[in-house]
Ligand binder design. Structure first.
Ligand code: UD1
Length: 334
């Protein structure tokens, strides 16, 4: 298939591009390089032998987006492009709504005009909101959009709704919504990993910076949750497993809208992740216990049985593999 990957130089987008190329698909990337680097293209070439055609285009530029879509007959779009920093989205809600929502609307309009009917959308477990005491595994049939704590999360929930509405209006349209849990790790080659511009927000990129001495100390946001050890629990999924989930989704597209969780189904605590990182790296990280981070949930874990039944997809890698691959990547970039 010929696939347009928006946000294809980003963390999950680039790993997915690699898996698409490995599976024999032709990929073109559309990205504004807002939070990624052009060097990623060369890394993709080193890993796969193929450098995808690249369009430095912002989805807010409708005319250029349409031009890209007119240039090739795409079979499907995988849509990653968007802003994703939770804290920043609280400070700049309009920027987030404009980029994520208007960007998606432009893409969908360009798809309609050029006759591209299939889209795989990068959503997030954040759309489940706060389930209160009913913690446990999250299932696709659960209600979404209640108790979302930040504009970033709202943009994901709103885009899901936009896709449903477009599907209702157009019987040729198919969308597969993938709700990611916590992606970690790096490609096995050590050439590609998570490399956000600026100060990272998520646990693993922060741990990487503390390990390298670029951040003096790690703060664990709360040790008084009602969890196995007091720290939050998350479903950490290796980015390569996640990337392969996109491939499976693409190969099993159905009419209308399908929704799948992509996670491991195993909750791992923040303390467990840090301990494993220290054991595998052989280095103790400077750390302290801090206050809870506003908006954090005690436990977030996937029930991914639907993806396994309908897409024939399951995770093969562990968070320990992710830590090893992350360290391997760090060795190569330093
Ligand atoms: C967050 C977002 C999620 C988004 C994801 C990827 C929320 C509530 N969560 O997930 O929507 O899809 O990022 O961008 O909106 N932690 C520390 N110290 C740190 C950093 C993190 O203890 O310095 C802890 C957090 O409290 C949390 C866990 O590590 O319990 C994971 O945090 P993070 O990597 O930011 O991901 P989430 O908050 O789960």
């Amino acid at each position: 298939m010929k696939i347009l990957v928006t946000g294809g130089t980003g963390y999950i987008g680039s790993h997915t591009t690699i898996e698409l190329i490995r599976a024999g698909h032709t990929v073109e990337i559309l990205d504004n390089l807002f939070n990624s680097k052009i060097e990623v293209l060369g890394k993709i070439k080193q890993i796969t032998g193929v450098e995808p055609k690249f369009h430095k285009v912002d989805l807010l530029d409708y005319d250029k987006t349409l031009e890209v879509m007119r240039g090739t007959t795409f079979d499907a779009v995988i849509h990653f492009a968007g802003m994703k920093a939770v804290g920043e989205s609280v400070e700049k809600p309009l920027t987030y709504y404009e980029n994520n929502i208007q960007g998606t609307i432009n893409l969908l309009k360009a798809m309609k005009i050029t006759g591209v009917h299939k889209i795989v959308f990068s959503s997030s477990a954040t759309v489940y909101g706060d389930k209160g005491d009913k913690s446990g595994e999250l299932v696709e049939t659960m209600m979404t959009g209640v108790g979302i704590t930040n504009p970033y999360g709202w943009t994901k929930a709103m885009i899901e709704q936009i896709l449903r509405d477009v599907a209702t209006s157009d019987s040729d349209f198919s969308a597969t919504i993938l709700r990611y849990f916590n992606p970690v790790g790096a490609d096995k080659s050590g050439l590609l990993g998570e490399d956000p511009n600026g100060i990272p927000n998520n646990l693993m990129p922060i741990v990487m910076k503390v390990y390298r001495g670029e951040i003096p100390e790690l703060t664990i946001y709360g040790d008084d949750y009602k969890t196995k050890d007091g720290s939050c629990e998350r479903d950490f999924i290796h980015v390569t497993d996640l990337a392969k989930g996109h491939l499976a989704a693409l190969e099993h597209m159905e009419m209308g809208v399908q929704v799948y969780n992509l996670g491991t189904g195993k909750a791992t605590s923040v303390f467990e992740i840090i301990r494993a990182f220290e054991e595998i790296s052989g280095k103790e990280l400077p750390k302290k216990i801090g206050a809870r981070r506003p908006g954090d949930l005690a436990v977030v874990c996937a029930d991914s049985s639907l993806a396994s039944e309908k897409l024939g997809w399951k995770t093969n890698l562990t968070f320990e593999d992710a830590i090893k691959d992350t360290l391997n990547y760090l060795k190569n970039v330093s």
